[in-house]
Design a protein around this ligand. Structure first.
Ligand SMILES: Cc1cc2nc3c(=O)[nH]c(=O)nc-3n(C[C@H](O)[C@H](O)[C@H](O)COP(=O)(O)O)c2cc1C
Length: 317
């Protein structure tokens, strides 16, 4: 897959996930083979108001190149200005969110609500494309509900407005994250446009990389929930794509990755890292020996050494 000047051998990307894909974690995914990573959705309005916390959330590190910053909003001028201002953080791409299903975002005509107004969505894309010198991509769902499956039309309008690629999550807004991702609907988008299409939904969960590629005919695949607490999934998926046995990633390696994640979260976020560390550690230890009892301890962990000790309990061989 090729987007702008970037070539992706396996087409493997990390799907943006609010509260999950922080910069420390994104860098770990890149180390294990994610070829493109994206920040969580960033409020365009907050960017234009110069909100420092939002800029911090959008910040990128050198280890995670190429990385896209994803913005959300509904005002084309604000989206264009936000994208322009975010160029100071040197993203490889700007991604526009047209898939967020959360009520308060939809109520403001943002996220997936843009799927209801293709003209406006295209105006936003055109405005952002005009404002930046990097490729602009769009992430959408397959529609708002079963009666309005319009991703092919929206994707085509985005292409005509200058989008360099689209990612399609194969669920409607109504479905949120339930049921299965509809690969057939993603395939329809692939057939409707010439720009690269990245398939999102269930990869690494109920779909293998090969199945995702063959069922959607997409150019790339995005991995979301399957990567929570498992940045090494990208290494496994690359082995799957190459048709070789999955490499062994020993507990000691996982433990050192988790410790590095904790260190870097603390470095980037200071005290505020506490909440994120609890969440990440819960995912890292999900389903492992003693994890139910561990969850209680995770919620009362406070210091770096508390987190280290808990991780050691599970991962030390
Ligand atoms: C906790 C969580 C947060 C998410 N946040 C975002 C987001 O900020 N922007 C976005 O475009 N999609 C977001 N998504 C959707 C994912 O990018 C992805 O499309 C979806 O989870 C389906 O892929 P999966 O089955 O691999 O998880 C989020 C999903 C989850 C589970």
């Amino acid at each position: 897959m090729k987007i702008g000047n970037y070539t992706f051998k396996y087409g493997l990307s990390l799907a943006p996930m609010a509260g999950v894909t922080d910069r420390a974690y994104r860098a770990l995914c890149v180390r294990y083979g994610a070829e493109l990573v994206t920040t969580e959705l960033i409020s365009a309005k907050a960017v234009t108001m110069g909100d420092q916390r939002t800029f911090k959330l959008a910040s990128l590190t050198e280890e995670e190149s190429p990385a896209a910053i994803q913005i959300f909003g509904s005002d084309p001028a604000v989206m264009g200005e936000a994208a322009y201002r975010l160029m100071s953080l040197s993203p490889a791409m700007i991604d526009i969110n047209m898939g967020c299903p959360v009520h308060k975002i939809i109520r403001n005509g943002e996220g997936c609500a843009l799927m209801r107004d293709i003209d406006k969505a295209a105006t936003i894309v055109a405005e952002v494309v005009k404002s930046v010198s990097v490729p602009v991509t769009v992430k959408m769902r397959i529609g708002m509900d079963e009666n309005s499956l319009n991703a092919p039309q929206l994707a085509l309008a985005c292409q005509q407005a200058g989008a360099a690629a689209v990612t399609v999550h194969g669920r409607t807004r109504d479905k949120m994250y339930s049921g299965t991702s509809d690969c057939g609907e993603i395939r329809k988008v692939k057939h409707a446009v010439d720009i690269p299409v990245i398939a999102s939904g269930d990869v690494g969960l109920t779909l293998t990389a090969d199945e995702a590629y063959s069922l959607t005919e997409a150019d790339g695949i995005a991995v979301g929930r399957a990567a929570m607490g498992a940045p090494w999934i990208f290494a496994y998926l690359i082995d799957d794509i190459n048709g070789v046995p999955r490499r062994e990633i020993r507990s000691t390696e996982k433990l050192s990755v988790i410790k590095e994640h904790i260190d870097r979260l603390l470095y980037f976020e200071g005290e505020r890292a506490l909440c994120q560390m609890r969440t990440h550690l819960s995912w890292y230890t999900k389903g492992l020996r003693g994890s139910a009892a561990l969850r209680r301890d995770i919620n009362t962990a406070v210091t770096k050494s508390d987190f280290y000790t808990l991780a050691e309990k599970v991962f030390e061989e």
